[in-house]
Write a protein that binds this ligand. Sequence first.
Ligand SMILES: Cc1ncc(COP(=O)(O)O)c(C=O)c1O
Length: 406
Amino acid sequence: VGDQNSAAAFDWLDDQARSRVEAGLRRRIVVRQVGDAVLDLASNDYLGLARDPRLATAAAAAAGTWGTGATGSRLVTGTTDLHRELEVALASFVGCDRALVFSSGYLANLGAVCALTGPGSLVVSDAHNHASLVDACRLSRARIVVVPHRDVDAVRSALATRPEQRALVLTDAVFSVDGETAPLAELAQACRTHGAALLVDDAHALGVLGPGGRGLSAGTGLAGEPDVVITVTLSKSLGAQGGAVLGPAAVIAHLVDAARPFIFDTGLAPVSAAAALAGLTALREDPGLAERAQEVSGRLYERAVRAGLDARPPEAAVIGIRIGTPDAAIAASAAALDRGVRVGCFRPPSVADGISRLRITARADLDDQDLERAVPAFEAAAIAAAVTASRSGLVRPEGPALTTSG
Ligand SMILES: Cc1ncc(COP(=O)(O)O)c(C=O)c1O
């Protein structure tokens, strides 16, 4: 084997890296420092539970009892009484028959969509759905129709004109970049009219929307319905790690037999199952947490608008801010960080319409002082975005219309 050939195997990566740099799309891994004084408005820790001592104590106890890993897949050695307890608690909290825990929300989506569809079925997916649902579509081998964002008529038409008998409609409950909600009641009605099932990804709604934070599906009266499947992550409001699918008993039994990310993946670490259980208990014991996250979200939105940012009124704990070019978004988030506030920076392909954004996320545990601290950072971000845009001669350009996000 020639040395020259082996050295050239990944040369093409240099070209790709160069074009990403030119487009402002290079990604950088950011290492958080212990005890840094930065105000975090970028995480998905909506209820501030990720550093709650109750969760840490439960996780430490689980490590003492079960060790540091699940040791095998759920069907071999990876199920402990903590997994069982978590599944029962999640199903009862959200109001579904059963739940099945996966090692991430991403895999819960892959598992549910692929096991419930397949060749000969139709999947209808919102154009702004999370990347895990997009990838699930690609893996499913079903016929995929990507419908315009929140367009219930397009869903109806895709369902009504299908030759396939089986169909599954996919939607985020709260869309992860702009934080807007899906028209769940109308989607459920469209599914019912046309004999389809509905899968709702409640990742950003669990802990924030619905009664006591039970999610938007529960809040819309859909949890527990025979034609509705809900997916959640344990890594946002619940302050832990992992994911779950909730739905009718027959669906969950089918996933145990057929969902490859359940069967062929090492089970969720017992440490994370224990933390998620403790997070769920904390939420049950303080149902006001969800409202507090929403209230903080409203107050952050007011401050962002006052600072001159093009923020979208929040419906949950996520506030999307349209910036424009990737460079302007990077400059804006860097300016906020210089003022001690971390905000999310979303660029293609994470934005379905190609318009880069900042994303501010609320936390129930933020106080008045935190909110005031955010103001100069938002102002600095607005100025940095405007300066960068004017330097490149572009003010909020329309990006290419993509059909899927992720
Ligand atoms: C809407 C949505 N679904 C699923 C996921 C994946 O969940 P996890 O991080 O647990 O894999 C995320 C984000 O991470 C998300 O935003």
